[in-house]
Design a protein around this ligand. Structure first.
Ligand SMILES: C[S@@+](CC[C@H](N)C(=O)[O-])C[C@H]1O[C@@H](n2cnc3c(N)ncnc32)[C@H](O)[C@@H]1O
Length: 233
């Protein structure tokens, strides 16, 4: 049965020699109380905090897609994944909460001379389309549990039959590492959470693993992630 899991059940076991370098966000300030402000401040930095190359899991998957496939990229930040996908010849639509990220994405897309739709909106309030996309690529989009199941269901609904959601996000085991991601366990994803959120979809891949992140200064080093591919039947 799919139930909201309590924070204790999700807290990873931390051994006696484990060092957690950062204090949990909930203990310091709650940056997540105003996510738009948090992302705007992050994307206002001159450096591309998650690098300029696409996410590697996404890059590997995109090799198998039909040229011209319609791809929705929710939470694309400053556009590193969406712009790369558009350069590969896919028909890309991105949606992000951060006006600063979106502005940057528009500038970079224009400089790269790619044609794509870049929208600024909150995914919790967005008018989600139905049956329009071949792929939805959700890369490190960590959502609060009051909106996450609904937004994930909308991702699935946005797909044409046979379309796939490609998702990578940090898992609770990431609390042991200092390579990025939220320090709040309720924002981290487990395979069980994703199985519930994408109920009805065919699971083509779902794994929790430690990968070597090389995505700019904020995603760098070993990182505990969950990677999933869910197909709409
Ligand atoms: C960790 S960043 C990842 C950005 C991008 N996917 C990447 O991998 O470079 C998370 C992104 O999700 C966006 N986001 C989070 N919650 C959102 C929401 N409710 N609606 C739209 N975008 C959201 C943030 O603005 C931010 O750009």
């Amino acid at each position: 049965m799919c139930k909201t899991q309590n924070a204790h059940a999700l807290t990873p076991r931390v051994g006696p020699h484990t060092v957690i370098r950062e204090r949990p966000d909930s203990v310091t300030t709650d940056k997540w109380a105003n996510p738009q402000k948090m992302w705007d401040e992050r994307f206002a930095k001159a450096e591309p905090v998650y690098g300029e190359t696409p996410n590697r899991f996404l890059e590997a998957q995109a090799k198998g897609w039909t040229p011209g496939a319609r791809v929705l990229v929710p939470g694309d930040g400053y556009g590193r994944n969406g712009i790369w996908l558009a350069r590969q010849g896919f028909c890309v639509h991105t949606v992000d909460l951060s006006p600063v990220g979106v502005e940057r994405s528009r500038k970079d897309a224009s400089a790269a001379r790619v044609d794509m739709t870049i929208e600024c909106a909150d995914l919790a309030k967005w008018d989600w389309p139905s049956g329009e996309f071949d792929v939805v690529a959700s890369i490190f989009v960590h959502l609060l549990s009051d909106v996450r199941p609904r937004i994930h269901a909308s991702m699935l609904q946005a797909l044409k039959p046979g379309g796939v959601v490609i998702l990578e996000a940090f898992s609770p085991a990431q609390l042991r590492y200092s390579s990025g991601g939220p320090k709040r366990v309720d924002l981290l994803y487990t395979p069980e959470i994703l199985v519930c959120d994408f109920v009805g979809a065919e699971i083509l891949e779902l794994a929790e693993e430690v990968v070597d992140l090389k995505e700019g200064a904020m995603h760098s080093g070993p990182g505990a992630v969950v990677r999933g591919i869910f197909r709409r039947s």
